[in-house]
Structure formats: C-alpha cells, structure tokens
Design a protein around this ligand. Structure first.
Ligand SMILES: [Zn+2]
Length: 394
C-alpha cells in the first residue's frame, strides 16, 4: 500500500494537455498491453468469424487489436456445464482450442501462439501479437492429471478451477458450496499445475476456495477476470480480503470489464432481464439450428437487453483499478476484460480492444507513473507467468 503514497501528489501536479498527449504517445509506442481473458475462439468455430477481418460486432479482431496497440491476449477455451452435457465437455473444448490454433495459421505475420513469458516478450518486441490459451473450468479433466498434462502440451497456460458451477476441484462462487473451498483433488491439481508452470486462476471460485488455492499454490495465482466487490457488491466480484490474499503471494487481480460487474445498477437490470434474454436466445438456437443468420439474431437480442441497462462509463472501470491499486499496490492489478464473453455488455469508451489506449490515457491523467501504467496494462501478468515458470523449473 505504501507504494501508492506517491500516486496522489503526482496527480495534483498539473499535466498540460500537450504534455499528456506526448506522454501517452510515448507510452503507446512500446507498452505491452496484455489482456488476461478474452473469449473469441468459439466464434472461429461456430460462426466462421475471421480474426483478419474488421467487424462491426463482437469485441476483438486483428484490425481492432492493432488500433488498440494490443500486444498479448489469453484466449479462453471453455464448455460451460450448463450449456453442454458432460459427454461434450471434452470434445467441445478440444474443438475450440483447435479452432484457435487453426485461425492463427491465417494470420502468421501478425499473430503468433505463445507458451511462455519469454515468448510473449519476444513476439511483442518484434511488433507482433502474442496469443495464449487458457481453460475455464476444472470440470473438463474428470480428475485426470494426464488430461491436464495434455492440455499443457497443447499450450494451455492457466486454468480456472471452476466455472459457474462447482467442479470436483473447487466450489464456484455462483453455486451452493460442496467442498467447503478446494477439494483434496483440487489440492492435487494445484500441485501438478505448479509442476507444469500452469497458473492457477481463481476467478469464478468461492472466496474460501480462493484462500485455499493461494495457500496450496507454490506460485502466484491470478484472478483472470474479476472485479471489485467494494465498488460493485454483486456475487461475481471479489471482496477486499480476497484481493489481499491474492496479492500477499504476488498474484494479480485482472479486472473484468462487464458493465454489469462494474456497476451495481447496471447489474440489477441485467439480472432482472437475464432469464427473458436467455429464453429468447434459446428459442433462436432451437428453431434455427442450421440457419447462419441465427448469430446475428442473437446479437440483436443481446443488444436489445443491453440497451435497457444504464450506461456504465470508462471512469467506473478506472474505479475498480484504483481500488485494487490503493488496497494492495499497482503490482497486483491487471486487465481481464472478458471481451467476447460479456454478451456485448461493455462500458462506454471501452467497447472493444481498440479502446485500450483510452485506459492508458486515463491512468496517466490520474497520476499513475509510467512504470505503474506498464505494470497494470501487462507487465504484472508477465511477472506472474515468469514466477510460475520458475516454480516449475525448480
Ligand atoms: Zn468467466
């Protein structure tokens, strides 16, 4: 916390607009912008969404990554237990991961698949974008460490221990507790992940499961896409004592940009309408199983319900970053936008990956040092990756 004491006097020192522009431009020239959680790959598979083309929908493609000066991204692979029967979890996740690898073959000059922190730094330095893979939901392994090791070989670098429901490893924060935190199998899983250099991701899991994971892991953990309960007191967000625990072992809390997670009033409207929205989407999927226009229709439904929510400004996202920085220091906050996983519910001014420079500017305006801005925008995540690699190498 002491590190932050220097933050506010700096903020008071007036920054002339021209000087601020120059400072932001200088930062953007080589800053590593690294987002810990984006869910685009299933669109490659389901909709033939092409990374190379610029789209007027969804939140990530190559032209917008370039506009946003994006350097690296953890793409999420998942098969939600509430969307797929158990028999499909494994093939579905393999198909999504395959779709990511296949899609990257179409853009070899711009994007390269990365496995290590050194890969990310090398690719970024060469002016290209590093794509990494993560797996959301420990339910996929069926308690098989060999399956976990196979995922490691396929390039999965972090694993979220549970998703919206409990897994055999950990209680989910959105389910009725079954293990009282992390299970014995969960502890074993963490041990193996540490051995493999895979980062334990504590987003989605219960508070007790986070504490257990932090205690069990020999390497720092991340919350890949979680926001702050003290700012927006909703179930999916994390309370201060949990953020402190993550930071106490060197971990990083990567803030989720979901408008409903950033702002309680927006969340209330989202939750009130969620069932009706999901019902409309389900009807489209069931009545038009082969109709290629169904995705556009679904986006229309999402947009209709998003428009009922109060607008959430970029400043609210900054509030979440500030809160973590003040609570535990700028070394422990990062970006985990959850773009393409938030059903279009994005803040005003941070609509897609092309908007990251607005956040760099906002942090500079608030008085964060260049070094802290670099950490928040990406280097904290690199530090945690490296620490996990070092634990594995021991
Ligand atoms: Zn998630």
């Amino acid at each position: 916390m002491h590190r932050l004491l220097c933050l506010f006097p700096l903020a008071l020192a007036a920054q002339a607009p021209g000087a601020l522009d120059a400072r932001v431009e200088r930062l953007l020239r080589d800053i590593l912008i690294f987002d810990a959680h984006i869910d685009t790959p299933r669109y490659f598979l389901d909709e033939g969404y092409r990374l190379a083309d610029e789209h007027g929908y969804y939140e990530l493609d190559l032209p917008r990554m370039r506009k946003g000066r994006m350097g690296a991204v953890f793409f999420g692979v998942f098969a939600q237990p509430q969307d797929y029967p158990q028999a499909q979890w494994m093939p579905r996740s393999m198909e999504v991961l395959d779709a990511l690898h296949e899609e990257l073959k179409r853009v070899p000059r711009d994007v390269e698949f990365a496995r290590t922190s050194a890969d990310v730094l090398r690719i970024h330095k060469a002016g290209r974008i590093a794509a990494l893979a993560s797996l959301e939901g420990g339910h996929l392994f069926h308690d098989s460490l060999p399956v976990l090791r196979q995922f490691a070989r396929l390039g999965i670098r972090y694993i979220t221990l549970a998703h919206f429901r409990n897994s055999i490893y950990a209680d989910s924060m959105t389910d009725t507790p079954r293990h009282g935190g992390l299970s014995e199998a969960g502890r074993e899983l963490i041990g193996e992940m540490n051995r493999l250099g895979m980062i334990p991701d504590v987003s989605h899991i219960s508070d007790k499961a986070v504490l257990d994971t932090v205690a069990a892991s020999r390497a720092p953990v991340i919350a890949s896409h979680s926001s702050v309960k003290a700012i927006a007191p909703i179930p999916r967000n994390m309370p201060d004592e949990i953020i402190r625990a993550i930071a106490s072992k060197g971990g990083v809390m990567c803030i989720n940009f979901h408008a409903g997670y950033l702002d309680e009033a927006a969340y209330d409207v989202y939750i009130r309408n969620r069932e009706a929205r999901d019902r409309e989407i389900k009807t489209i999927l069931e009545t038009r199983p082969k109709d290629p226009s169904r995705w556009e229709l679904i986006r229309g439904v999402q947009k209709k319900y998003f428009e009922k929510m109060p607008k959430v400004p970029l400043a609210r996202l900054e509030d979440h970053i500030d809160h973590v920085a003040r609570l535990v220091g700028a070394d422990h906050v990062g970006l985990g936008s959850d773009f393409d996983g938030v059903s279009g519910m994005v803040p005003v001014g941070m609509e897609d990956v092309s908007k990251y420079p607005a956040l760099v500017r906002a942090l500079a305006e608030k008085g964060y040092s260049d070094a802290d801005i670099r950490k928040i925008m990406g280097l904290n995540l690199i530090r945690v990756m490296k620490a996990n690699e070092e634990v594995a190498a021991r």
